[in-house]
Design a protein around this ligand. Structure first.
Ligand SMILES: Nc1ncnc2c1ncn2[C@@H]1O[C@H](COP(=O)(O)OP(=O)(O)O)[C@@H](O)[C@H]1O
Ligand SMILES: O=P(O)(O)OC[C@H]1O[C@](O)(COP(=O)(O)O)[C@@H](O)[C@@H]1O
Length: 443
């Protein structure tokens, strides 16, 4: 059986600006995946748009449901698989590794599974990160640990050398767990493999603690992050109310999207000010943040301020153009900046102040997953195995409209979701940042 290649592009359909369906026919030289009507999951678009499409004989957009397939492409007795985790840590990485290993081993009988250590570095011999043999015994308790047992890394690696490594080690399925950058790399690896005519499946599992991957309605680790961020808000509030003119200031992760800050503030409604990258604000002037905080503290005796790391970057005189090894912009640290600005404002007005600053960012992302995320990761890992064993490639397992689905890798990478401040949080979807490039293309 020929390996099926999933490919599609983004195209505007009607008003809805949504991804094209995975077409049944050959189109533009690309072989599209056959999707039966029963396997389709409608995506959330206006009913009117659906009706208009159907009236014009166009199938509404749909994604293929994830899950086991009737035909298994690979011979499990000869198959070697590899798993890699890249980018920032996120609660649930170990649950996913565990689910992949156990599903491959017990459900399909795959006995050779390699853990690639420290992200893409693990494919490059000079780094000397030997593969880890992933057996059921090795992974059985890892869900109790935070981080990733495989480690991670940032930084560009030569895609052809990654493909060399896969070829030399006779890998049949590569599972890549990572964010936007990893999915870009995964897509390039899949292309390099296709150019060499190799039959290697590349299956992505989207990771972002910020919950901002395009077309992914929920990403693993986010629920845990919100749980713990909520505790930080609780503590900040307790500190703030304990002292006269108390302010609790909490910085949370959220480079370009403020979902963690916004959701935690909804969960723990002690936050009086929530600053996220999506909403511009000023410090000074009658409508500025300082006047608002002063008003709140003098009238109510305390205030709680939550700030996402990407908020208020305009306040830094010298915009930091430095980038991390993966090409992500290094943000200026808004937390201590705000703390000092608030202190200076209250000092100038000779108003007494007790400010406590809490930054739980790295503590949150390196924790084990909570119960909800563990369940979620189990599904992601098992569905990734089903997709890989069916010979599917260049796809990611996503969660959309309450279903686990297959999404083309190219559709998810390169754009991101943001909070729509004027809308309800959970109906807010698919807002691109409008920035042409959020990161350098290291390749
Ligand atoms: N455009 C790209 N092409 C190839 N590799 C990339 C690209 N962007 C990022 N990568 C690689 O993917 C890995 C993870 O990327 P990074 O941005 O650090 O984390 P994340 O995947 O969480 O976004 C890094 O090794 C990085 O070099
Ligand atoms: O200090 P690091 O490792 O560069 O990570 C900081 C970044 O990592 C994150 O937690 C996740 O980033 P990625 O999705 O790029 O891995 C961001 O919220 C944060 O800005």
């Amino acid at each position: 059986m020929d390996q099926e290649i999933i490919e599609t592009g983004i195209q505007a359909l009607g008003e809805a600006k949504i991804p094209s369906p995975m077409l049944k026919e050959e189109h533009g030289g690309i072989h599209h995946l056959f999707v039966s009507d029963e396997d389709r999951v409608m995506i959330n678009i206006k009913q009117a748009a659906i009706r208009a499409m159907m009236a014009n004989g166009i199938s509404p957009p749909a994604f293929e449901l994830a899950g086991p397939r009737r035909k298994v492409y690979f011979d499990a007795s000869k198959l070697r698989c590899a798993i890699v985790t890249c980018g920032g840590l996120c609660p649930g990485l170990n649950d996913i590794i565990r689910a992949i290993v156990l599903e491959l081993h017990y459900r399909y009988g795959v006995k050779i599974i390699y853990g690639v250590r420290h992200g893409l570095e693990g494919f490059i011999p000079e780094f000397n990160h030997d593969f880890l043999d992933l057996t059921p015994t090795r992974v059985t308790t890892i869900m109790n640990m935070g981080g990733s047992i495989l480690g991670s890394s940032r930084g560009a690696q030569d895609i052809e050398r990654v493909a060399d490594c896969l070829e030399v080690n006779n890998i049949g399925i590569l599972f890549m767990v990572g964010g936007d950058g990893t999915l870009m790399a995964a897509s390039k690896i899949a292309d390099a493999i296709a150019q060499r005519g190799l039959k290697i499946s590349v299956v992505g599992i989207p990771k972002t603690i910020d919950n901002d991957i395009h077309l992914i309605s929920r990403s693993f680790g986010f629920d845990t992050a919100v749980d713990v961020a909520r505790l930080a808000i609780q503590s900040a509030h307790n500190e703030a109310i304990a002292y006269p003119n108390g302010i609790g200031l909490i910085k949370l992760m959220g480079r370009h999207s403020g979902f963690i800050a916004a959701t935690a503030a909804l969960a723990q409604q002690d936050a009086n000010f929530v600053l996220i990258p999506e909403v511009d604000f000023d410090l000074d002037g009658p409508k500025g943040l300082m006047a608002a905080i002063e008003n709140r503290v003098t009238s109510r005796g305390h205030a709680v301020v939550v700030v996402a790391e990407g908020a208020g970057q305009k306040f830094f005189e010298h915009v930091d153009e430095r980038r991390d090894p993966s090409g992500n912009i290094r943000l200026n640290d808004i937390g201590p900046f705000l703390k000092e600005a608030i202190k200076a404002h209250f000092a100038e007005k000779a108003i007494p102040l007790n400010i406590k600053y809490i930054d739980p960012s790295y503590m949150i992302r390196s924790l084990p997953a909570n119960a909800n995320d563990s369940v979620f990761c189990g599904f992601l890992g098992r569905d990734a195995v089903h997709a890989g064993m069916a010979g599917k490639t260049k796809l990611v397992i996503g969660h959309w409209n309450n279903h686990f689905v297959h999404l083309p890798m190219v559709a998810t990478a390169g754009r991101r979701k943001q909070v729509r401040p004027s809308g309800k949080l959970w109906t807010t979807v698919l807002e691109s940042t409008g920035q042409p490039s959020l990161k350098n293309d290291p390749a």
